[in-house]
Ligand binder design. Structure first.
Ligand code: ADQ
Length: 821
């Protein structure tokens, strides 16, 4: 049967797939509704839905567009072993504040500073970032003197942002638009065009600062969501520079990312880098899905091609510098004294610890509610447990954060007021930054560390706690929505949105038996020590250097322009030739409807002339149906016809078509057709074509931007649905096609080559993805030719169908010449 040969589950496809499709179909309707909403509401309207890819991203070939633009070539640099590092992040590890007593320098808080500080201290490098704003005008000279000292002593180079730019950039687009969307909180999204302008301007100012410090061979490492436009800006100014980007926060799902205003610019901004690294594979996959859906760009797991330049993609989970914590534990007096204090204070009580920036993504409110639930439902814990919640103030200029603070304060009062006793305060709430020495003492003290992020790139607190558990005591309770969960499976995982079960997990953590606790903790401890921040930094920089070298190799493997005279000479010299020609987009331009692209007489004559040469085996390969090819090319003698991308073929003068597989199942079509029809309903001008083996959704006549957008949506949806079957969905020129995976031009190649033993000239030409299967199978001696721009495995490129006709005419002429000579 049709689906045999892949897996048992896929053999049961018709029923299983049907259910699967039905389940997915309901999702499709939701997505369809979302698509519709965005279309209706606008978010900037159609103009922001999908812009044509441009400049380095390559422009899409349109009918009648002749010229092939030269590929932009960025030369390869070989960074030397001791290459200098330039780190660029929004904040420097130092923050300058204007106080009543003058200027004060503080250490910046937060995960990025915690991670990068030890790395830079150990490995060296210049750090460019914003020093914090305010007061520049009043006391500019002293301020400049302090910043000069930072540069001299700490290699920290401050970027000054005008106040308006700083506010729009930091509190505006970065933290009220990007932050909520990237953490899957679309309801918190706020957008103003002027804050976007400030974001662009801030990135531009950072770009100037980097360009001013840059020397050839430097490695530039850009950090996080504040600077997503910077890689592209830098690439334009420093085309040869080695540029890496690390995203500390999660990348949102492909259903949420598209709601982001200015999403295309952000993706294009990132693609200026040589290396894009994410905290987890999940985030990386979401990024790839966004590329496909928003820019229509396909990518491999580890790479995406931007014109002729590869961008490497990596998942590199960040670590901590464990010694920064363990050294304090072992030998710091303040830590030891403070630990002794805490022990005395909480003697006999179990301590649960939570440490967060006060941010709605960290799940503080959800934690407090779950804690209240725990206390109410577990009377045996009365006076036996204390939750210490450390909450460092964050982004207080933003209303949402003030609301959060108010609600947290209310809950703290309620818990202690209603559930505490005169002898027992169940919740200790510390709403300030605390010293590392104190934090380490708390980590050592805590029986349980409760990380309840609703969404988090990684979460370093989880790793810091585990690092401090030298003896393997303590239990980590970790949200499954923190990136850390991907590599800390020995923690007790929670869904922080589920108050009741979270409370049950905390109860379990408090009662976990000694052996299990130690086993879990020691495994985590060793892993955190091993996968530390230095290893992460080394891996990032090694990947960046490799990505830059790859740029050089990649250029070497890019197709060359085909010189007509060169191939004509090779053709003329050959005695056993195979010519494999795609049809639509290759021999003829695309027409509005498939039936309108009938072959002009000139093409039929050329094919006849080439097929009549005894040295030639000529094959016409197409995605069209056998019936269509028979109608148009049935009269051309001596030609092979290959229909439906290789599913069926007809050798010259054979009476009937042969199929690559004996049986032709069709039952799946009745499930996929309604989905395609749903897209037809939403997309005026589009239609469904049913072929013997496949189904095609054509949208050439639809609004181009909307059509492209929906096509990406449809492919990602179908790909997920069809994953375990022999069917695949792919995009062609203004089409989405579903067909069996074995129906490809590469499969039929063997039959073709067998008909011309030991050929000394193989010429294959095509313009779309289906031709890539063929190019991949052909050996290096073959003349594989791709028409137009875009990534290809072919060895050569030519501009368009007209250039191909000229080459075929040269072939035909040289055949005539050899006959007359
Ligand atoms: P953050 O959102 O800042 O970082 P996180 O990873 O938890 O989140 O790091 C917080 C850091 O601040 C930790 O080093 C912690 O010890 C420290 N800290 C927290 N509260 C404190 C307090 N009250 N006093 C002193 N120090 C405190 C972003 C992403 C994360 C990602 C990091 C690193 O949001 O998902 O893990 O970057 O990539």
């Amino acid at each position: 049967m049709f689906l045999s040969g892949i897996s048992k589950s896929s053999r049961r496809m018709s029923g299983a797939l049907r259910c699967h499709l039905q389940r997915r179909y309901s999702k499709l309707l939701v997505i369809g509704a979302l698509v519709h909403t965005i279309w209706e509401v606008g978010f900037g309207g159609a103009s922001c839905i999908l812009r044509e890819q441009k400049s380095e991203l390559g422009s899409k070939k349109e009918e009648g567009q002749m010229g092939l633009q030269p590929l932009s070539r960025v030369s390869a640099v070989q960074p030397s072993v001791g290459a200098r590092l330039i780190v660029v992040s929004n904040r420097l590890p130092l923050t300058l504040r204007k106080t009543e007593d003058g200027w004060s320098t503080e250490r910046s808080s937060g995960g990025l500073a915690s991670a990068m500080n030890p790395l830079i201290r150990k490995g060296g490098g210049d750090w460019i970032g914003w020093a914090g704003g305010g007061g520049e005008e009043e006391d500019g000279q002293t301020r400049s003197a302090i910043l000069a000292q930072w540069a001299e002593n700490e290699r920290c180079f401050a970027v000054d942002l005008p106040e308006k730019v700083a506010t729009g950039f930091y509190e505006g687009y970065a933290n009220q638009t990007l932050w909520p969307v990237f953490h899957n909180f679309p309801s918190q999204l706020k957008f103003e065009a002027k804050s976007w302008d400030a974001y662009v301007e801030a990135n531009r100012i950072f770009c100037e600062a980097v360009v001013n410090r840059y020397k050839p061979n430097d490695l530039i490492w850009v950090h996080d969501y504040h600077l997503m436009l910077l890689p592209r800006m830098l690439r334009d100014r420093l085309p040869d520079a080695a540029i890496g980007f690390f995203l500390h926060i999660p990348f949102p799902s492909s259903e949420i990312f598209p709601i982001l205003p200015r999403r295309e610019e952000l993706l294009e901004g990132l693609l200026g880098a040589d290396l894009l690294a994410f905290q987890t594979h999940g985030h990386l996959q979401q990024f790839r899905a966004a590329l496909l859906r928003v820019l229509g760009m396909e990518s491999k797991i580890t790479q995406v091609a931007v014109g002729s330049r590869p961008v490497r993609l990596e998942a590199l989970p960040i670590g901590i510098a464990p010694e920064e914590y363990t050294d304090l534990l072992k030998s710091d007096k303040t830590t030891t004294d403070q630990y002794a204090d805490w022990i005395a204070r909480y003697n006999g009580r179990k301590v649960v610890l939570a440490v967060d920036r006060l941010d709605y993504t960290k799940g503080v409110i959800e934690r407090l509610r779950a804690y209240a639930h725990l206390l109410r439902s577990s009377p045996e814990l009365k006076e036996k447990v204390v939750l210490i919640q450390i909450a460092v103030p964050s982004r207080e200029g933003i209303d949402t954060y003030q609301d959060l603070r108010t609600e947290v304060n209310r809950l703290v009062g309620e818990i202690n007021g209603k559930l505490g006793t005169p002898e027992w305060t169940p919740l200790i709430y510390i709403n300030r930054s605390i010293e590392r020495t104190e934090l380490v003492g708390l980590y050592k003290l805590a029986d349980v560390c409760w990380v309840g992020s609703l969404r988090d790139g990684m979460n370093l607190v989880a790793k810091e706690y585990v690092a401090c558990k030298l003896e393997g005591d303590g239990v980590l309770v970790l949200s499954e929505f923190a990136g850390a969960a991907a590599e800390m499976g020995e923690a007790l995982l929670i869904n922080p949105f589920d108050e009741e079960r979270t409370a049950a997990t905390i109860r379990r953590a408090l009662a976990l038996d000694d052996q299990e606790r130690r086993q879990r903790m020691m495994t985590l401890h060793h892993r955190v020590l091993r996968n530390n921040v230095f290893r992460w930094g080394e891996r990032f920089l090694a990947a960046l250097q490799e990505a830059v070298s790859e740029r050089g190799r990649y250029i070497d493997t890019q197709p060359q322009r085909l010189r007509p005279t060169e191939i004509r000479d090779a053709y003329a010299r050959a005695e056993r030739r195979v010519l494999i020609l795609d049809y639509d987009g290759t021999l003829v331009p695309f027409a509005k409807r498939p039936e309108q692209a009938s072959p002009p007489t000139r093409i039929l004559d050329l094919l006849s002339a080439l097929a009549s040469e005894p040295q030639n085996c000529v094959a016409l390969t197409s995605g069209r149906s056998a019936e269509n090819l028979d109608r148009w090319f049935g009269m051309v003698r001596g030609i092979w016809l290959v229909a439906e991308h290789g599913a069926e073929f007809k050798p010259p003068s054979a009476p009937a078509w042969e199929s690559l597989r004996p049986e032709v199942p069709t039952e799946w079509k009745s499930t996929v057709i309604p989905i395609l029809e749903h897209f037809v309903d939403r997309t005026p001008g589009s239609f469904v074509e049913e072929k013997k083996y496949g189904l095609v959704w054509h949208y050439r006549m639809a609004d181009p931007e909307f059509g492209e957008w929906l096509a990406n949506e449809l492919v990602s949806m179908l790909e997920a649905m069809l994953a375990e079957t022999e069917l695949r969905a792919f995009r062609g020129e203004k089409i989405v096609e579903v067909k069996p995976v074995w129906a490809n031009k590469g499969e039929v190649l063997e039959r073709l080559l067998a008909s011309r033993s030991d050929p000394d000239f193989v010429f294959a030409v095509g313009d779309d993805r289906t031709d890539e299967d063929l190019f991949e199978r052909l050996q290096s001696g073959a003349w594989t030719v791709h028409i137009g721009l875009g990534p290809t495995r072919a060895s050569y490129v030519i501009a368009n169908f007209e250039a191909l006709r000229r080459i075929l005419e040269l072939f035909a002429e040289s055949g005539n010449l050899s006959k007359t000579s």
